[in-house]
Structure formats: C-alpha cells, structure tokens
Design a binder for this molecule. Structure first.
Ligand SMILES: [Zn+2]
Length: 396
C-alpha cells in the first residue's frame, strides 16, 4: 500500500517517482509502472485518474496483479526520474461525487432502510441502485435534505486501516469481501464503509447534492444524482435550455408548462382540421379524375402519396363510376405503391390483374374482389400503368 500515494494524501497533485518498467500489455497498449504513484486506478466504482508522466499523457490507469499500470499515449524516454502530475479537476470531481454517493447511500439507509446495491460514476451524472421496489417523491426529498444537511455540517471524512479484529467495532453498511488491509471510510455517527476510493477530508467539500430523478428497474430503483461542481453544471445547462424556451415560447419561466400545453392543444386542433380538409380535397380530386378519365381503365401517377390516401381515393372513385376500373400509382422514395379498384358494375377478375401487377415490381399486396393494394420495387409509374393496362385489356 506504501506506493499508493493517493491513500497517504488524496490531495497530492504532483509527485516524483522512479520508473520500474515500461511495457506493452497483450493488447499492445503501452504502460509504465512506478515506484510510487498518485494516479488512482479504476476501482470501487471510481474511474481512473488522467494526467502526465514527464509530459507524456496518461490515458488510463489500471491495477493488475498488485501493480498499477499507467497507460501512456507515447513512449517515455527511459530515465530513472519521473515527474507525475494528475488532472486535479477530474480527480477532485471524482472525490466530490464519490463522497456524495457515500452520504446519499447512508441517508437512504438511515431514513428508509433502502440499501445501495450498486453505484455508477458516469461522465455527467451518477446513479445508485437501491434495494427497494418503489421510491416516492416525498422520501427522495427528505433524503436529499438530510444529505445536504450532512454536507453543510462540515463533518470530517476519516479513512482508517483496520484488521479483522478492529473491524468488529464498527457497524458497517455492507459485508466486506476482503479480510486484510481493510480500509474504512468514516463519517462519524453517520456512515461506516469499507472503501478503496479517494474522498475529500470533510463533507463540506462535496458542496451540495441534487437528486435528478429515479426509475424502477426489475427489483431495484435506480436513482440519478449529481454532487459538487456537477450541480452547478446541471443548473447552468438546464438554465440555458429554459432561457431559450422562454424566448421561443414567448413566456416567462413559470408559464412555460402552460404555454406548451396551449401549443399541444392547438396542434391537435390543427391536425383535426387538416384531416377534414384532406377528406374534402380527396373528393375534389376524385371528381377531377373521373372528369378527365375517358377510358374504361382510369389511371394516374402520383408522387409520395401514402397507400391509405390512395385507398381512400380509389373508394371514392369506385362509388362515383361503377362501371370503371381504377389504377392509382405512387412513386414513393424507394418503392412503387399502387391501388387497383373497380366499380361494382365493372367486369373482370381484379385479383388476377393484381397478381400480374405485383409480378412486374416483385411486390407484395392484398385486398378483396373490388380493391387491391400493393407495393414493390420502384419502376416508372407510367411504364407500370402501360403494362398493367395492356394486361387487363388482353384479358377481355
Ligand atoms: Zn468511497
């Protein structure tokens, strides 16, 4: 443990060490090991530190078989003396989040008996999974209040190495899997935890804690939250969005929800009138097609019309001209769609015609004795009509 400087001083930003080895792992990634290091390796839910070793960027840190591997972007010039510097902003953020997680987990357990079963420290937010099937807003609010109270009280966060005998003196939140080199992280009279992460010296350094939301997942509840600087970041991000919305919706912040509801209501009404207008327009379109259609087989090519629209139009046509056959074709993005319909007094076997039409475009379709719809590969609508019409006429 002696070589893990972050355990001696979690605030250590720069350090000197001797180079032990420079190697490549089985995946071909370059790494170095040092006589001692302030770089924290991924572990216990806390991500690794980044930084520099003699000016070379450290991009990952892992502990493998008791050695701490500093994965580096480029090879180090081999020399005995290494100057290391960790990315303090990143590390302090991890310390704030990690300690905040201890406090929140302890508050949930203290107030409602909900145990934390896992923890994830993400790039923007954190989550803990609580061993409960439900969490209500009132509980979350009370827990958040207690957590912030503990932060405000500026309580010490103490770390202590103990053996199995000493361990019995503490009421731990979780059974430990290790039996030697046990490291306890203690907030007196509040939280006793076995933990290998880095933490600030007092709860006040967590700054503040905000629960952002939660969701039920199988048998647990996943709570999302942020601490410290991330609370400010979240506030800033959300405030930017709100500011933009107040301009877009021309409403003050407190009226945004009402303004959106109003918009949604208007949208619904507009959609309804568009539907009604479309129906009316289809009737005009049908009348126009019948007026122009001098032959027994009336056909039209459209662009980007839905099959539903073609069906509606075909039904209107078939009612208005009972002795005619209608072939409505639409050249859509990557396929040709069509509706073939006939008035009740028109002669011929519609399904047989449709079969021929579908074979022209390697398509699929279905329908009944008076209306069939189908679609297949995109060919020219005019050419399709010429071929299908020719076939229908040859059947007569
Ligand atoms: Zn911890």
């Amino acid at each position: 443990m002696e070589h893990k400087l972050y355990y001696r001083d979690a605030y250590l930003k720069k350090f000197s060490a001797e180079l032990i080895e420079q190697k490549e792992d089985t995946a071909g990634r370059k790494y170095v090991t040092l006589s001692e290091t302030a770089f924290y390796p991924t572990g216990g839910g806390q991500p690794f530190d980044t930084g520099y070793l003699n000016g070379i960027e450290v991009v990952d840190v892992e502990e493998v078989d008791d050695e701490i591997r500093h994965y580096i972007k480029d090879s180090l010039v081999v020399c005995d003396h290494i100057e290391g510097e960790i990315n303090w902003e990143r590390r302090f953020d991890h310390m704030q989040q990690h300690a905040g997680q201890h406090i929140l987990s302890a508050a949930f357990e203290e107030m409602y008996g909900y145990k934390t079963v896992s923890f994830h420290l993400g790039k923007d937010t954190l989550t803990i999974d609580l061993d409960t099937e439900r969490l209500v807003a009132k509980e979350a609010a009370k827990v958040e209040e207690l957590a912030n109270q503990v932060i405000l009280e500026n309580r010490p966060i103490i770390t202590k190495w103990v053996d199995e005998e000493e361990l019995k003196l503490y009421r731990l939140r979780k059974e430990l899997s290790v039996s030697h080199n046990i490291r306890l992280v203690i907030i007196p009279d509040f939280d006793y935890n076995g933990c290998g992460g880095t933490h600030p010296n007092s709860t006040a350094e967590v700054g503040s804690l905000k629960i952002l939301g939660w969701e039920r997942q199988k048998k647990i509840v996943r709570v999302e939250f942020v601490c410290g600087q991330r609370v400010i970041n979240q506030l800033g991000k959300k405030h930017e969005i709100i500011k933009e919305l107040t301009v877009q919706l021309n409403a003050p912040e407190q009226d945004l929800s009402a303004a959106v509801n109003r918009l949604l209501g208007q949208k619904k009404e507009l959609e309804k009138s568009v539907e009604e207008l479309k129906e009316k327009l289809l009737k005009f379109e049908a009348a126009e097609i019948i007026r122009a259609g001098k032959t027994d087989i009336v056909s039209t090519v459209f662009q980007d019309r839905s099959i539903q629209e073609l069906q509606k139009l075909a039904r209107l046509l078939a009612v208005d001209a009972e002795e005619k056959v209608f072939l409505l074709v639409s050249e859509n993005k990557d396929k040709l769609q069509f509706v073939l319909a006939k008035g009740k007094n028109a002669e011929g076997n519609l399904k047989e015609w449709a079969k021929e039409a579908l074979s022209l475009i390697e398509g699929k379709g279905g329908g009944n004795e008076t209306l069939v719809q189908g679609g297949g590969k995109l060919i020219s609508g005019e050419e399709f009509i010429r071929k299908v019409t020719g076939f229908i006429q040859s059947c007569e």
